[in-house]
Design a protein around this ligand. Structure first.
Ligand code: ADP
Ligand code: NI
Length: 220
């Protein structure tokens, strides 16, 4: 196997090319932020750093929403890892993490191994806090959602199919997205290090929503 540091550097270049264009909230910098937070959590939780870092970097390269294909596809990630001569058991671990990544309403799978838990936490944390707010409004604009419409009520506790349909058919608004997903994320954080970060980011979103709704109602 090549040196792990060299594989990480080459993988950074690889994903920079894959995410040349911002695909509405899933750009190169999203993967880079997930990698950075994943690294912090992995060190604190004494996980297999290489597995966490590689899964963070590759977690979106097969995303069906960005590149078509099936939910849970892993072909690009797997080919890349084989090309780097990563040992088979590590490839299997990294690919199984990538397969179970996405948040899917009440059908969301919680990580089984420590490394899987950490990568899920790092990805979910990037949808929270100040960055999460900025991403939500960017993605909302990309899918032509309104910022807010008091006549459209948030739909909570929906399953994977309903969540995908709702997003596809624009039955929601960006403010509703906070109630439908972003405010629930803190309950889907696996590790105690992740939970500490999530609490701060959650509070920041609550303050944002309270301020937004006050301003909406003309309460200055
Ligand atoms: P995942 O990263 O788990 O595959 P998504 O594609 O649902 O999940 O989310 C990616 C980013 O897009 C997140 O920042 C999320 O908040 C945002 N997003 C997803 N759906 C919406 C929506 N309907 N309105 C606004 N932002 C959205
Ligand atoms: Ni992601």
């Amino acid at each position: 196997m090549k040196k792990q540091e060299k594989i990480i550097d080459d993988t950074l270049e690889y994903i920079k090319d894959i995410f040349k264009y911002d695909n509405g909230g899933h750009d190169y910098y999203h993967s880079l932020r997930v990698f950075k937070v994943g690294t912090i959590i992995a060190k604190k939780e004494r996980a297999d750093l290489f597995v966490v870092q590689m899964a963070c970097l590759l977690h979106d390269v097969d995303d069906y929403k960005l590149f078509g294909g099936d939910i849970g596809g892993i072909s690009k990630a797997q080919n890349w890892l084989v090309k780097q001569s990563v040992p088979t058991e590590k490839i299997e671990h990294i690919c199984s993490i990538i397969k179970n990544m996405s948040y899917k309403g009440i059908d969301t799978k919680m990580g089984k191994t420590l490394e899987e838990k950490i990568v899920q936490d790092a990805d979910r944390l990037d949808a929270m806090g100040a960055i999460g707010i900025a991403r939500a409004f960017t993605v909302g604009a990309t899918i032509n959602s309104s910022i807010y419409n008091p006549d459209i009520k948030p739909r909570i506790n929906i399953n994977k199919d309903e969540y995908v349909k709702m997003n596809k058919e624009k039955e929601t608004t960006t403010i509703n997205h906070f109630y439908e997903k972003l405010l629930k994320l803190k309950d889907y954080i696996n590790t105690s290090t992740g939970r500490e970060i999530a609490e701060k980011r959650h509070k920041y979103m609550e303050i944002f929503l309270e301020t937004f709704l006050n301003e909406w109602d003309g309460k200055c």
